[in-house]
Design a protein around this ligand. Sequence first.
Ligand SMILES: [Zn+2]
Length: 258
Amino acid sequence: MTAPTAARPAPSRSRPRLRGLAAAAPEEVADGVWVLRGGLLRTMNVYLVRDDERGGVLVYDAGEKGMAASIVAAAAAHGGISRVVLGHADTDHRGSAPALRAYADVLCHPDAVEQAQGSGGRDYWRTETLPLDVRLLHGFSHRFLWDGGPVHVDGTVREGDVLAGFEVVDLAGHAPGLIGLWRERDRVALVSDCFYMTDMHGRPQPRPCRWTPTTSTPRRRSGRSPSSRRCGRRSSSPGHLGPLTGPDVVAQLEAAAA
Ligand SMILES: [Zn+2]
């Protein structure tokens, strides 16, 4: 695979109607945090975080490739994109990142760089362990809906860094360099694919679950389990559907991790 170029792409043009198809209007899920739900089933989450350090909004996770124009338009209402942080590098999380580089730097954990600039997780996805229909669905989605291709990574972030008032945390499982953003003051966590609120078909589930160990083997084990308190006590926002809120967030995540 050829390495992605460091040259910036041209800003993308789009029509409002097409943007409406790609994603719903942003919803505020916490103070200064909005979720943009994209994809046909609106299961692909991209978060905008008010970035007082840089101005504009930080984009956490980049969703599928068709969401790029929706992300740009939603961010423009808040002063534009300050930086793009990938929760991890799987194709459905880096999808629009190549297009967003027209506006801002793309950052991820050092352990996710190789995949962000390479196969987008296909090196470690264990698709042979999935049921045939799921394998076909994911294969089609990866190729035609999710992946915008390798993205040049402009810089890295790691546990303990503070971005837009959130602390970067390492999260266990799923993918190399999976990171979340955690804000102590109101106990809000953005956690990418640390846990799921969908099944493998993208169908909503009433309780959080982890099904990813059957589909991927992280090369590097990071320090915390999803039962960690840092997955969010008041509100934990995953990469697909959610957020999970309420007084029993920790108990629900501990049950999912058991
Ligand atoms: Zn995902």
